[in-house]
Design a protein around this ligand. Structure first.
Ligand code: 5GP
Ligand code: ZN
Length: 116
């Protein structure tokens, strides 16, 4: 179900522009507006889930499709050899700001230790 006041639902609906790098029937991948690495792509389910916990429990197959899209984008962006980071910020302690589940795909340079 689409949530009208959700930023990423509005991107899915085409109401807000985004630089889309891959689209499937159920997922969308687009460049982050404020990139934290040379490659910074957000991968989302088109259907609204608030975070990866509700997505993973509510529709595990869709969660898997998000991962498959992220892997395809990683390949397209030439990240498979050197590696990359895929992360889901979740909830207040996780630093989540947009409450539509999204994976951050980060790469293109050494990212350093996760918790530095
Ligand atoms: P979070 O902190 O929720 O995990 O990450 C939200 C991400 O969405 C941030 O990295 C932020 O830069 C990105 N973002 C916020 N607004 C927009 C937007 O309108 N378009 C795009 N492409 N990315 C956005
Ligand atoms: Zn949404």
């Amino acid at each position: 179900m689409s949530t009208p006041d959700c930023l990423f639902c509005r991107i899915v609906a085409g109401e807000i522009p985004a630089t889309v790098v891959r689209e499937t029937a159920t997922t969308l991948a687009f460049r982050d507006i404020d990139p934290k690495a040379p490659v910074h792509v957000l991968v989302i389910p088109k259907e609204h889930y608030a975070d990866v916990a509700t997505l993973g429990q509510g529709d595990p197959a869709l969660a898997g499709e998000v991962l498959a899209t992220a892997a395809a984008v990683a390949e397209d962006e030439g990240l498979l050899g050197d590696g990359f980071r895929l992360l889901f910020n979740t909830g207040a302690y996780g630093g989540q700001e947009v409450f539509h589940a999204h994976a951050h795909l980060l790469g293109g340079a050494p990212l350093g230790p996760m918790l530095a």
